[in-house]
Ligand binder design. Structure first.
Ligand code: GTP
Ligand code: IMP
Ligand code: MG
Length: 340
């Protein structure tokens, strides 16, 4: 029985979607549970030549035998959720996706508030998905909950009961966070953050699992840093420098151009400490070191890339167990066997 939490170590968009897909497809947990803020997230999944951009459905959906759950801590936009249920019908998600009956609901007014507030949309650079205003209402205890919405009736469950029962039976559970450490309401670059803590402890609480039941915490970093929206970015480089390095990215949800920077070792250290990381995944190593594109064995990485990985391990004291060298699931170096 293993209960794993995966979280972002940067400002979101670390490639969690790819890592989760890989890990769930290979490890086949019985439950994949989505934690995190809500549909402000955009997780990219590429599987069998098709690309999916998910905002609420757990990224591990390609593992067909898993039950897909969304924890009470996650905000639900019913329209986004129901659209994803239709769009992913090929994977029979309707029959196996359930949301906690206590999830708070994003209403139209929250999206309007998010987009019309200069403070949120301009100063903070929010995603405009209504998450901040909906979480504010939840704190004020006026938000609607999922069990009050007839369209969601067929999808309701008690997520903590399902997860803890599955762990009691000795089966594996995978908990996926969203956003990243730098966007945490508590530990990120306040006020340029999202509307909730985004670290591993909160991800566990989001789905109703106590800290004593968590076995592994995987923190995901991209080989370089990116940030969408406003706020401090100590290792940021200019757009020209980024282009010279072949790095240019656009947001999955908002289409905004992402700011690019170098890997931030200090942030990685702090992020691993506060997340209680037991393992690190590093993505997009091929984009930083093109010679490593689609490399699937550690020994075949370039000397430079290997030194970079070792530097991360030395700085954080946490083993790098997953190295991603391309968008495809197979473009993954899996070193977890060496931990045993
Ligand atoms: P999260 O928000 O953390 O889930 O990240 P994301 O999935 O949203 O990442 P993003 O939207 O930035 O998408 C990254 C893109 O890069 C997707 O198309 C992924 O399939 C792809 N990708 C993921 N890992 C790698 C990698 O190691 N190398 C390359 N070249 N592409 C990757
Ligand atoms: P909000 O979460 O929409 O309120 O946005 C607050 C800040 O978090 C903004 O800087 C957003 O760009 C950022 N943000 C929220 N969700 C994500 C995400 O999934 N990836 C990257 N940035 C995000
Ligand atoms: Mg993303």
């Amino acid at each position: 029985m293993t209960c794993t939490v995966l979280v972002g170590g940067g400002w979101g968009d670390e490639g969690k979607g790819k890592c989760i897909t890989y890990l769930c497809y290979h490890d086949k947990p019985s439950i994949i549970a989505r934690a995190g803020v809500g549909p402000n997230a955009g997780h990219s999944v590429e599987f069998k030549g098709e690309k999916y951009a998910l905002r609420l459905t757990p990224s591990g959906f390609v593992h067909r035998d898993a039950k897909l759950l969304i924890g009470a801590g996650v905000l639900i936009d019913p329209e986004v959720f129901l659209d994803e249920m239709e769009n992913l019908s090929k994977y029979d998600v309707k029959d196996r996706t359930f949301i906690d009956y206590r999830c708070a609901i994003i209403e139209e007014k929250h999206k309007i508030q998010d987009r019309s507030s200069d403070y949120l949309s301009k100063k903070i650079g929010s995603t405009g998905t209504g998450c901040g205003p909906a979480n504010a209402e939840r704190v004020m205890r006026t938000a609607k909950l999922a069990h009050e919405i007839p369209e969601l009736e067929d999808y309701l469950t008690d997520v903590p009961v399902e997860i803890n029962k599955t762990l009691d039976e000795g089966s594996d559970v995978f908990i996926e966070g969203s956003q990243g450490f730098g966007l945490s309401l508590y530990y990120g670059t306040y006020p340029y953050v999202t509307s909730k803590d985004t670290t591993a402890s909160t991800a566990a609480a989001d789905v109703g699992v106590g800290p004593t039941r968590i076995d592994e915490v995987i923190t995901v970093f991209k080989a370089y840093a990116t940030r969408v929206g406003k706020g401090p970015f100590p290792t940021e480089i200019s757009q020209e420098e980024a282009e010279k390095m072949g790095l240019e990215e656009y947001g999955t949800v908002t289409g905004r151009r992402r700011r690019i920077g170098l890997f931030d070792m200090d942030m990685a250290r702090e992020s691993c400490m506060i997340n209680g990381a037991t393992q690190i995944a590093v993505t997009c190593v091929d984009r930083l070191y093109p010679r490593c594109e689609r490399v699937r064995e550690y020994s075949k990485l370039s000397g430079e890339a290997k030194r970079f990985i070792e530097e991360i391990e030395d700085a954080t004291g946490v083993p790098v167990t997953i190295i991603s060298t391309g968008p495809d699931l197979e473009d993954t170096i899996d070193l977890r066997g060496e931990l045993l």
